[in-house]
Design a binder for this molecule. Sequence first.
Ligand SMILES: C[S@@+](CC[C@H](N)C(=O)[O-])C[C@H]1O[C@@H](n2cnc3c(N)ncnc32)[C@H](O)[C@@H]1O
Length: 275
Amino acid sequence: MITSSASLDYVRELVYQRAGIVLGVDKNYLIEARLATLARELKLASVEEVVTAARGEQARKLNPRIVEALTTNETTFFRDVHPFNALRDHVIPGLLAARSATEPLRIWSAACSTGQEPYSIAMLLKTHFPSLPSGRVKILGTDVAESILARAREARYRQLEINRGLPAALMVKFFERDGTDWTLESGIRSMVEFNQFNLVTPSTPFPQADIVFLRNVLIYFDEATRGGVLRRVRAALAPDGYLFLGCAETTASVPDMFERVHIGSTVCHRPRNPA
Ligand SMILES: C[S@@+](CC[C@H](N)C(=O)[O-])C[C@H]1O[C@@H](n2cnc3c(N)ncnc32)[C@H](O)[C@@H]1O
């Protein structure tokens, strides 16, 4: 059955209102493909039936499922590697030196998907700062999608996911084989707290942080949403803190708020004129 344009528009508006994600008409194929999978899971005959059910009595149950189905959760361990090198060589040593021993360093992975990003940071800390007492650095991973966070908490990865970005030495050191999958050891898992957090919900305060990884999520938002999110990140970021964006992302929507700083082979953003 062909999905009606009214149903496609309903999905577009729902996903924009709930997650800020823009799905133009050029993304109709994506809506069709992702919701066809959801239809099969729900044992419904078509995308049209999913939308009809979501617009009726099953709204509370189905609308969040539709939104989650239309998030893109692509990620890898140590994605783009250079930001992690900057953390190791410059950012973490500098911030640790600037903080007292009782002041934990707060790192927020703000669209953490299935957990590879915050777990990469945890493995980096364990490997390169082995004498740090537990609690000296707090890592928070958040994402809008609950089902994706459930996978992050489980920390169980397929061979293909392990092959993407994880150095063999870290695989051997921190993962245990579990059938055809690999499970991350509990010591690293316990270093990361995961919470559901929607970057575009206006009323929720952003968590205070010294380092924010906000990578490969702003690309799904429009200019106004990007500006709103970046303003709130700026307010939550320590005056001497660091913001890392994805390679294709900038702070152009809030030109006066951050300055671009080169560290090694990467670029990050620091609060401009902190109060
Ligand atoms: C492409 S992944 C990026 C993962 C990781 N940061 C990286 O760079 O590898 C984008 C993530 O953003 C999440 N996301 C999309 N809209 C969001 C929102 N409004 N609030 C929080 N997370 C959101 C998605 O669920 C998805 O897991």
